[in-house]
Design a protein around this ligand. Structure first.
Ligand code: THU
Length: 136
């Protein structure tokens, strides 16, 4: 099973793959699935600004294409590592993560220097709506 630092390093490495010519804000995300595999992704912007997508969405797509459905842990890395700002997932990505993660799943927040903070998904998205509201 990958360690937290391996997951964080995968998210930091994914920052280098970001396509972010407009914001110049590189974000990487790395998901640990229940089989111990890591799936990473980066933000992909577009000249038509609203259709760009976040690093978390890329990592979720990679997990799905690998045949996995459960997030055990996720790391998100972004920022310049100098201003002290945490690159926490945007609101939409909190809900995207929720689709595949239980409320107690740890969300590791990193910058290029390494891990900066850890939150549960429930802290970032309290009283959330999820698939169990609709399925079963
Ligand atoms: N971004 C992410 O990739 N994830 C987030 O949770 C926050 C924002 C990206 C989207 C856009 O490409 C850039 O950061 C600036 O908003």
């Amino acid at each position: 099973m990958a360690t937290d630092s391996e997951l964080v390093n995968a998210a930091i490495a994914a920052m280098d793959r970001a396509y972010a010519p407009y914001s110049k804000f590189h974000v990487g995300a790395a998901i640990l699935d229940e089989n111990g595999q890591i799936h990473s992704g980066a933000n992909v912007e577009n000249a038509a600004y609203p259709i760009g997508h976040c690093a978390e969405a890329s990592a979720i797509a990679a997990m799905i294409m690998a045949g996995q459905r459960r997030i055990v842990k996720i790391a998100v890395a972004g920022g310049n590592g100098q201003d002290g700002m945490l690159c926490t997932p945007c609101g939409g990505c909190r809900q995207r993560i929720r689709e595949f993660a239980a409320p107690d799943v740890p969300v590791l927040i990193a910058d290029p220097n390494g891990l900066q903070a850890t939150f549960s998904l429930a802290t970032l998205l309290p009283e959330s709506f999820g698939p169990e509201h609709l399925v079963g």
